[in-house]
Design a protein around this ligand. Structure first.
Ligand code: ZN
Length: 414
């Protein structure tokens, strides 16, 4: 059993409760949270560690969407327009994959760990990140991705996906959960969607998908026109008539009975958000990736008005310059410039703790009795009034002082 105490403790419950001079007692799970005096008195035999002036405790962060298999990318890929980016991904995919070796994965995992990420959702397209995720210090929801549009290769692609899923299942544990990701409505054949979601439904998996990330996707799915039409024509010159594989509505309907995370949703309509909510789904917000690839910002105001939950993801280094969650939160703070600073900061912190853990299905993200002891300690750079903490925390935090996962202190992997 351990006791940590700090000047502030962010519970990260819906009320955004902040305790002053607080302490937390935990082993693998959180045993008690309260005032420093109370906790020290109640657990006399347990050694207390006070974290010092301006210290703060909160749940570890959750990065709900990352593609570690792209972690070697720095300047290969082209930003500014989604199709330009996609073209560069196709061109450099093999080089990026080849350059992403042990050191590269280690750095990516360490960057997340140092920024306080205790849980993440990995989208694996080729199974190459599997061993690194199995051995990561963090808890992982491992999404085996399925995609492919050409009917003649559907069986080959499905078998490859099944093999990857089967391989990942060998390592299933409390901290490594294998699952499924359906790439997107524009790239995945309806047969692949149907078959993979049948597995997800019968095994009660949480599934991830990309949805309405670009304006081009909207135009293509609604009218079969636009940049995607030109892109597909170039990519599949042998096919005389190219049509969208799915309508947005049909695509969403295929997720009935599956807990689904809809990533990006930049160009989703209100009706589509309502469908996501009815499905029991939530949205993943990747603000930096959205700025770099699509010049767009998620309509958080609408999500909050509709009470549709969102979490935060860095996306991969294929569309970001870092996997540091605080960089992501800072970007969000500035991108949503028309929102009230204090309430937006609180909303972003809850999205990357409580909502993130809920999205990935881990009993974590709130500092309360019975939850997993996934905790970070942060140092504020100076004295701070309670009501100003949320935005100062986002503005000033680069790395955390300590991170505990299931009650054990974790250090970067060497
Ligand atoms: Zn993604």
């Amino acid at each position: 059993m351990k006791i940590l105490s700090a000047d502030f403790l962010l519970v990260c419950n819906d009320e955004f409760e902040i305790l002053e001079n607080a302490a937390i007692c935990f082993d693998k799970k959180i045993i008690d949270v309260g005032s420093r005096e109370e906790i020290v008195e109640r657990y006399k035999d347990v050694k207390e560690l006070y974290l010092g002036k301006n210290s703060l405790l909160m749940p570890s962060l959750v990065n709900t969407h990352v593609h570690l298999e792209f972690s070697s990318n720095r300047t290969y890929l082209k930003y500014g327009d989604f199709l330009r980016w996609l073209g560069s991904v196709i061109k450099y995919r093999e080089i990026i994959s080849k350059e992403c070796k042990e050191e590269c994965y280690k750095n990516a995992l360490n960057q997340m760990l140092k920024s306080g990420v205790g849980i993440f959702g990995e989208i694996s397209s080729r199974g190459e990140s599997l061993s690194y995720c199995v051995n990561a210090p963090q808890k992982v929801l491992f999404f085996n991705e399925i995609l492919g549009s050409q009917p003649e290769v559907v069986d080959i692609l499905y078998n490859d996906f099944l093999n990857r899923l089967k391989e990942s299942k060998k390592y299933a544990s409390d901290k490594f959960i294998p699952s499924i990701s359906v790439h997107s409505p524009y790239s995945t054949h309806p047969i692949l969607i149907k078959k993979s979601l049948e597995i997800a439904r019968s095994e009660n998996m949480i599934v991830s998908t990309h949805f309405m990330e670009s304006r081009a996707e909207r135009e293509w799915l609604d009218r079969g026109e636009g940049d995607f039409k030109r892109f597909f024509r170039e990519f599949f010159p042998h096919i005389p008539v190219i049509k969208p594989l799915n309508s947005a509505k049909e695509f969403l309907k295929s997720f009935i009975g599956v807990r689904t995370l809809f990533t990006h949703a930049l160009f989703a309509t209100r009706e589509e958000f309502e469908m996501m909510k009815d499905l029991g789904g939530s949205v993943i917000h990747c603000p930096i990736s959205n700025r770099l690839l699509n010049n767009a910002v998620l309509d958080l105001k609408l999500l909050e008005e509709m009470k549709l939950s969102y979490s935060v993801g860095t996306d991969g280094l294929s569309s970001n310059y870092s996997l540091n969650m605080w960089n992501e939160l800072r970007a969000a703070l500035f991108l949503h410039f028309d929102r009230d600073l204090i309430s937006l900061s609180k909303s972003l912190i809850l999205a990357s703790t409580k909502e993130g853990a809920k999205a990935l299905g881990f009993n974590s993200g709130v500092l309360e009795k019975g939850r997993s002891a996934d905790i970070i300690a942060v140092k504020l750079p100076g004295e701070c009034e309670v009501q100003e903490i949320a935005y100062h925390l986002i503005l000033h935090t680069r790395e955390v002082e300590k991170i505990f996962i299931d009650g054990e202190e974790e250090c970067p992997i060497s």
